[in-house]
Design a protein around this ligand. Structure first.
Ligand code: ADP
Ligand code: MG
Length: 378
């Protein structure tokens, strides 16, 4: 990727670039639908990334060519308007929010090249936001911490793009740690790297289906969680113990109770997974992934036939410790914890089993955990 983005730069602009930025996508290992309940998540940065090669410009302008869209676009830093039209909005949104925070931005010209699938749920949008922050920090000569970067990206996504996301995607893209997943407390934003045993790989399994009706279902789940929290007179389900919940469950609407039980148990599973990984107990960690999937399927009801089929196909494949749907649900990807020594067997089995049962061709992305967004001076 590094060479191909450098080469792309020299094809589009004269001279060679001054900086390179690598900004990874992410997958969430466990902790699903817990973020908006102030709970815990355990994502990792993956070795598929958005790259930018760039050089400072004397003018107060940004000129960018995206190899993935085969399109060159630009804007003046002096007058940034939200047009909600192209991929450039992510860069403009980052610039506008950084300027708002008082950063003095310089212009640059650059190219974007990515091997992160777009719109597949691996958060290419967070990756490009974090890449843009680092690109501006490089040419403008300021430094910015991981949490602050993530908050800028989340604001861009919420206010500029209009996507109501939490902080996880940006925080893990910017703050990923090589060979570690990162345990994030979505209330305090404190985070802690958790080592993934060296003999394990992460497999991301794309069902080749995309979510439908996800928006209304998501809003409905959020309302149900808030309803449960109100019943217990707490700020969010994060604050509810399993004991207190079970004592009072019968007074709750059955569906609302199911939703709450998922969130409470998922928070516990996420914590437990960190312990099991730290004990090198991949079997136990894998079992927790399977329990998470069942809970998302039966209690939270956000899985889909394809997500169930691919998770089951993964479990029946050689070298698999555990698998579950990942992301919002209703389509997209599953994640599996795989024995690194059996990665080829796993891929072979998964491909065949999923295709036989679903008639669809899965895409498989094998990854280790990598470092977050980095700026390289060329
Ligand atoms: P996801 O984050 O799941 O990949 P989104 O719809 O949130 O999907 O974000 C995808 C958008 O991010 C693209 O439509 C594009 O605007 C922007 N983007 C991602 N990768 C690139 C790229 N390589 N070049 C330009 N824009 C990109
Ligand atoms: Mg996105």
């Amino acid at each position: 990727m590094k060479n191909s983005v450098l080469e792309l730069y020299t094809r589009i602009f004269p001279g060679s670039p001054r900086f390179l930025v690598r900004s990874p996508g992410r997958v969430n290992l466990i902790g699903e639908h817990t973020d908006y309940n102030d709970g815990f998540v355990l994502p990792l940065a993956i070795n598929y990334a958005v790259w930018i090669a760039l050089s400072p410009l004397d003018e107060n302008r940004v000129e960018l060519y995206s190899g993935d869209f085969d399109q060159q676009l630009g804007f003046d830093l002096g007058e940034i308007r939200n047009r909600k039209e192209t991929w450039l909005e992510y860069i403009k949104g980052v610039a506008a929010h950084l300027i708002n925070k008082g950063f003095n931005l310089k212009g640059f010209q650059g190219v974007i090249q990515s091997n992160l699938p777009i719109g597949a749920g691996l958060s290419s949008s967070a990756a490009i936001e974090m890449a843009a922050v680092k690109a501006f920090s490089g040419v403008s000569g300021f430094s910015i911490g991981v949490k602050e970067m993530a908050l800028v990206g989340q604001k861009v996504e919420n206010d500029w793009i209009g996507v109501n996301c939490g902080i996880m995607d940006q925080l893990i893209s910017a703050g990923g740690v090589r060979d570690h997943a990162v345990f994030i407390d979505c209330r305090s934003l404190d985070y802690r790297p958790i080592r993934i045993p060296g003999n394990a790989l992460i497999a991301i399994l794309d069902t080749a289906t995309r979510r439908e009706l996800a928006h209304s279902a998501y809003n409905e789940r959020r309302r149900q969680c808030e309803q449960a929290a109100r019943f217990f007179n707490i700020a969010s389900l994060r604050d509810l113990s399993l004991e207190l919940f079970l004592e009072n469950r019968s007074k709750l609407d059955i569906t609302v109770g199911n939703r709450a039980l998922h969130v409470i148990s998922e928070n516990q599973r996420t914590r437990l997974t960190t312990e099991k990984l730290e004990e090198n107990d991949l079997k136990a960690a894998g079992k927790l992934l399977v329990e998470s999937h069942r809970s998302l399927r039966d209690l939270y009801e956000v899985s889909s036939p394809a997500l169930n089929q691919i998770s089951e196909a993964a479990l029946a494949s050689r070298g698999c410790y555990g698998a579950r749907m990942t992301g919002g649900g209703f389509g997209g990807c599953a994640v599996a914890l795989v024995d690194a020594n059996k990665a080829e067997n796993f891929q072979e089995d998964l491909y065949r089993l999923y295709r036989n049962v679903s008639g669809l061709e899965p895409k498989i992305y094998l990854s280790s955990a990598v470092d977050g967004t980095e700026l390289i001076t060329v």
